[in-house]
Design a protein around this ligand. Structure first.
Ligand SMILES: [Zn+2]
Length: 310
């Protein structure tokens, strides 16, 4: 009886703390996965023009064959010729395998291989890789508006453990929230100088054009960067991103169908730009109306062919 009461208390506490975490960061954390993911049921009207594109792309478990093509924009595009990041590498492990989102343009896979090595060099014991893209890219049913053309990856703020993780650990393991409860600074019990070096190592990779982190992280990077600040240009604040950071690569050379992202504003982004993020209305924004989901009409025409192919 006492054990049952204790278990109940633990469960209540866990639920309460995860509710707080959700309020705090809006977007994070990546939900737990499943060891037996249930396939999505077939759509009743897949050809209806109103069908959300995310429902079509989420039902494709294999890539579109052929040469790699990142088509359209990071928020409205798709991917052909995707390759999977191996789930275990010399210095990385993929998390949440049930999501089947470890796909990307081969440039993204090469970047992760390279970054994992560079992370080791700054004392980070390998990467835990979260969402990249779906096998054919496109919009996702949960968590992201970007990640559509195979040039985005989420890297968790937790180093890889020394062993090869089981499926269970990858589905249920938690990343570390590095932001303090008041959202005004990092949590000093969790944040270390190696976290800053890890982000800098990613920003210094020439293929990377932007990295999104929680505003509290940007603030501490600005404060502690010292004289070597050029890399801060690429690191920009965004909602959430307290348990992982988001790395965006530029359109690979020769990919004519890829719509380049707007570059970050000039400068290191450490001045007045940051004030907006610490206003009460930004820290605790009023609920906003969800946008209507993208349909195939909102994507480049090639994406229709890519998602409709068997
Ligand atoms: Zn992301």
């Amino acid at each position: 009886m006492r054990a049952a009461a204790r278990l109940l208390a633990i469960l209540i506490l866990a639920a309460a703390s995860s509710a707080v975490a959700q309020q705090k960061h809006l977007i994070d954390p990546t939900p737990r996965g499943s060891l037996n993911p249930v396939p999505l049921p077939p759509l009743k009207n897949p050809d209806a023009p109103s069908t959300p594109a995310k429902e079509l792309f989420a039902r494709k478990s294999t890539p579109f064959p052929g040469p790699p093509r990142s088509i359209g924009g990071y928020f409205d595009g798709c991917l052909a010729g995707a390759v999977p990041l191996p789930i275990t590498g010399p210095a990385w492990q993929v998390m949440r395998l049930s999501r089947n989102r470890n796909w990307g343009n081969p440039e993204l896979v090469r970047f992760i291989e390279r970054f994992a090595e560079n992370a080791k060099k700054v004392g980070w014991n390998g990467l835990l890789v979260g969402d990249m893209a779906q096998p054919r890219g496109g919009p996702m049913r949960s968590e992201h508006r970007s990640h559509q053309i195979g040039l985005d990856a989420d890297i968790w703020f937790a180093p890889m453990p020394d062993h090869e993780q089981s499926r269970e650990e990858r589905e249920f393991g938690e990343a570390a929230d590095v932001v303090a409860p008041d959202q005004l600074d990092v949590d000093r019990k969790v944040w270390t100088p190696t976290h800053a070096k890890l982000i800098r190592a990613a920003a210094q990779d020439p293929a990377v054009i932007r990295i999104l982190v929680n505003p509290a992280i940007k603030k501490v990077l600005c404060r502690e960067a010292g004289a070597d600040r050029a890399w801060l240009f690429k690191v920009r604040p965004w909602y959430g991103h307290a348990e992982h950071f988001h790395v965006q690569l530029g359109c690979p050379a020769g990919s004519a169908e890829c719509k380049p992202a707007t570059p970050p504003r000039a400068g290191d982004g450490c001045g007045d730009d940051l004030d907006f993020w610490f206003k009460e209305s930004t820290l605790h924004p009023p609920p906003s109306k969800p946008k209507p989901p993208l349909t195939l009409a909102g994507l480049p025409p090639a994406c229709k062919q890519i998602v409709k192919a068997p």
